[in-house]
Design a protein around this ligand. Structure first.
Ligand code: HEC
Ligand code: HEC
Ligand code: HEC
Length: 123
């Protein structure tokens, strides 16, 4: 079991990136509202935040507002409820532009699945 967990963790971290340009393409921001931190900070630090959050959850069972699910809840498109489906989808749109390769969504869902969604679809 320990081995399985550390295997998963190392998979979580096996992410490659290259230096990209600094301008950002037009992204589908999703639902809007207020990010968990300010935009400039998020642009620079979201990856550390996610890795830290993953460690907190996997090792200590703590689930907080910085969970991946929470990011997706806001940032998934209002058109297809996804952060990864299209060229301008929030996470993938920027990563593709910056030539950052992440494989989080092989395991994690990139789709919104909240109660909010059920309410909206019931209308
Ligand atoms: C091989 C499968 C796998 C991959 C790839 C993967 N994860 Fe995970 N991740 C897990 C599992 C399993 C858990 C623990 C499940 C739980 O407790 O919700 C987890 C938990 C997390 C959590 C804490 C729970 C949450 O929903 O916030 C975060 C954050 C997270 N992963 C981020 C990432 C990020 C970012 C990437 C890409 C760099 C990534 N993961 C890639 C399997 C994976
Ligand atoms: C309550 C909704 C909400 C949540 C939750 C949220 N965000 Fe945001 N986020 C926003 C909004 C709205 C903006 C754009 C703010 C602006 O334009 O000034 C933003 C901005 C960002 C940016 C900068 C985008 C850019 O153009 O540079 C990144 C990166 C980001 N968020 C990642 C995340 C991650 C990762 C999570 C989860 C840990 C998360 N956000 C959680 C609403 C949210
Ligand atoms: C405005 C652009 C932008 C947006 C939007 C964005 N990212 Fe990123 N992301 C980057 C850049 C640039 C890097 C690489 C930073 C580096 O190389 O140091 C990165 C790196 C990452 C990494 C770590 C990669 C590594 O090599 O360690 C993870 C995990 C990640 N992003 C997850 C997300 C998730 C999940 C979302 C959507 C909720 C998101 N990002 C949205 C620009 C963005």
């Amino acid at each position: 079991m320990k081995i399985l967990v550390s295997l998963l963790l190392s998979l979580c971290l096996s992410v490659t990136s290259w230096a990209g340009e600094s301008a950002v393409p037009k992204l589908d921001m999703g639902k809007g509202g207020q990010c968990v931190k300010d935009t400039q900070w998020m642009r620079k630090n979201h990856m550390h935040m996610l890795k830290h959050q993953r460690d907190e959850t996997v090792r200590k069972g703590i689930r907080g507002e910085n969970s991946l699910k929470n990011c997706i809840e806001c940032h998934a498109s209002l058109k297809d409820d996804s952060v990864i489906a299209r060229e301008d989808s929030f996470c993938v749109g920027c990563h593709r532009y910056e030539a950052v390769k992440i494989d989080c969504f092989e395991c994690h869902s990139g789709k919104r699945k909240s109660a909010w969604l059920q309410q909206r679809n019931a209308k």
